[in-house]
Design a protein around this ligand. Structure first.
Ligand code: FES
Length: 288
């Protein structure tokens, strides 16, 4: 076997992609027999390249230094894309997180919202809602039941998923029409409490169908969480609220009542519960 001592000139990748696109347009004008022949030819060449790459990777696997170099090389998007196409490497963390977000986007879009990936720093991921989901009173539920769940299922190595605050509600967006999370699930809306009975800027603890809930009201925003502190599960409704931040009356864990985010221990949060305002009433969705 001989090897070339001179490195081949680097290909113009954009030019290559343009050439492929042009050729594919030409193939589309051919009759079916010709198209099938070209497809079979391409597949055979790809299979040959795939097998060569597999053998190359297999032969390097016993060499720790070569393995490290190969991992570094996967940072190159072209190398990664080609090895992924041949299923020689598993989907990267970024790809899996993006796929998880892609999976929930249709649900968010149905409510006029979206989610963007801000940062991946294993075991942490940061995301932010945009559009109608940003600043929506039900964003905590949407985050918990939709986005967080999807990322956790796709990426078990991610243990901390943080929702960053966005720019707030868009002008004219009222609280009452923004309160239903697309992940609220099926159930019955039940009367919870008169809106006027929840103090402005404060909280009330209530029980609906045997479930202890915490209702918070601030300006036009009403949120609802299970009335259980993320620290020891003790009730929160007697805690002091200052500027939308609730301090647990037991050991002072602090929570942002707009999102349920725990400011004392960012890896935990309050469990959100579906809520809406109907006329003068606050309603919560119960399982049945
Ligand atoms: S139970 Fe809330 S801080 Fe301990």
């Amino acid at each position: 076997m001989t090897t070339s001592s001179e490195a081949a000139p680097a290909p113009d990748l954009d030019g290559l992609l343009r050439d492929i696109g042009r050729l594919e347009s030409v193939f589309e004008t051919w009759d079916e027999t010709q198209r099938l022949a070209v497809t079979a030819h391409c597949r055979a060449i790809e299979a040959l390249h795939g097998e060569a790459l597999r053998r190359l990777v297999r032969s390097l696997k016993g060499e720790p230094a070569a393995l490290r170099a190969m991992k570094d090389a996967l940072e190159d998007e072209v190398i990664y894309a080609v090895l992924r196409k041949h299923q020689i490497v598993r989907a990267s963390l970024v790809e899996r997180v993006e796929a998880a977000l892609t999976g929930v986007r249709p649900m968010l879009a149905s409510h006029g919202g979206d989610v963007e990936l801000i940062k991946i720093d294993p075991p942490s991921v940061q995301v932010r809602f945009t559009g109608a989901c940003d600043g929506c009173p039900s964003s905590a539920l949407t985050f918990h039941e939709g986005v967080k769940k999807a990322i956790e299922e796709a990426c078990p190595e991610i243990t901390h998923i943080q929702q960053l605050k966005g720019m707030g509600n868009s002008p004219g967006q009222s609280a009452s029409n923004a309160m239903q999370s697309p992940f609220a699930g099926i159930g019955l809306w039940r009367f919870a409490i008169k809106l006027a009975d929840v103090p402005e800027g404060g909280v009330r603890g209530i029980e609906v169908d045997g479930e202890n809930l915490l209702i918070a009201k601030r300006a036009a925003q009403v949120t609802c969480f299970r009335n259980a502190c993320a620290h020891l599960g003790l009730p929160l409704h007697e805690g002091a609220v200052t500027d939308g931040i609730l301090a647990c009356p037991h050991h002072d864990f602090e929570y942002d009542l707009a999102t349920g985010e725990c400011l004392t221990a960012p890896s935990v949060q309050l469990q959100p519960h579906p809520v809406r305002v109907s006329g003068h009433d606050v309603e919560v969705r119960m399982a049945r």
